[in-house]
Design a binder for this molecule. Structure first.
Ligand SMILES: [Fe+2]
Ligand SMILES: [Fe+2]
Length: 163
């Protein structure tokens, strides 16, 4: 396993922890998919499975950084309407600078976060593609009680065990 020291610095970062606590509080009565630590780690670990399967040249702590930070702007979206991909990029940049990532890594991670909501599959870097794929596959729609009123169209829902 690659070093997870920088991923742990993200987890312990004050700005990250404050925003995550806000998300968890604002979503506590939400019946649809939540965006707390459980989701962020699901995405990180599924991403890591793809890295291993595809023998992708992406360090583990870069995958974890993209996953931990991709939805961190959700609280800002709930509070002020800023799209969360934009808010996440802004927050991610600060957290990554404080967690030991270099300039090139920060650009790559922020580009992947900026593209994680778009419709186009297969766009962007390998990291961007894996982040998007892992995010979508992380939701067990087949086990979700709110499935019938969810805004995801049926063809996008995960209706059987995939990963
Ligand atoms: Fe998202
Ligand atoms: Fe997500």
């Amino acid at each position: 396993m690659g070093s997870m020291e920088r991923a742990e610095r993200i987890r312990a970062n004050g700005l990250f922890a404050r925003e995550l606590a806000k998300i968890e509080e604002l979503e506590k009565d939400r019946i649809y998919c939540r965006h707390g630590m459980g989701h962020l780690l699901d995405v990180a670990r599924i991403g890591r499975i793809f890295i291993l399967e595809e023998e992708a040249d992406i360090p583990c702590d870069v995958m974890y950084a993209a996953a931990l930070l991709h939805d961190i702007g959700r609280a800002e979206e709930y509070e002020s309407g800023t799209p969360h991909d934009e808010a996440s990029v802004r927050i991610a940049r600060k957290v990554l600078e404080e967690s030991g990532y270099d300039g090139e890594e920060i650009e790559e991670i922020c580009l992947a976060i900026a593209g994680h909501r778009g419709e186009a599959d297969g766009a962007g870097s390998e990291l961007a593609q894996i982040l998007k794929k892992a995010d979508k596959l992380s939701r067990p729609c087949y086990a979700c009680g709110a499935r019938d009123t969810c805004k995801w169209p049926d063809e996008k829902k995960n209706l059987s065990v995939v990963i």
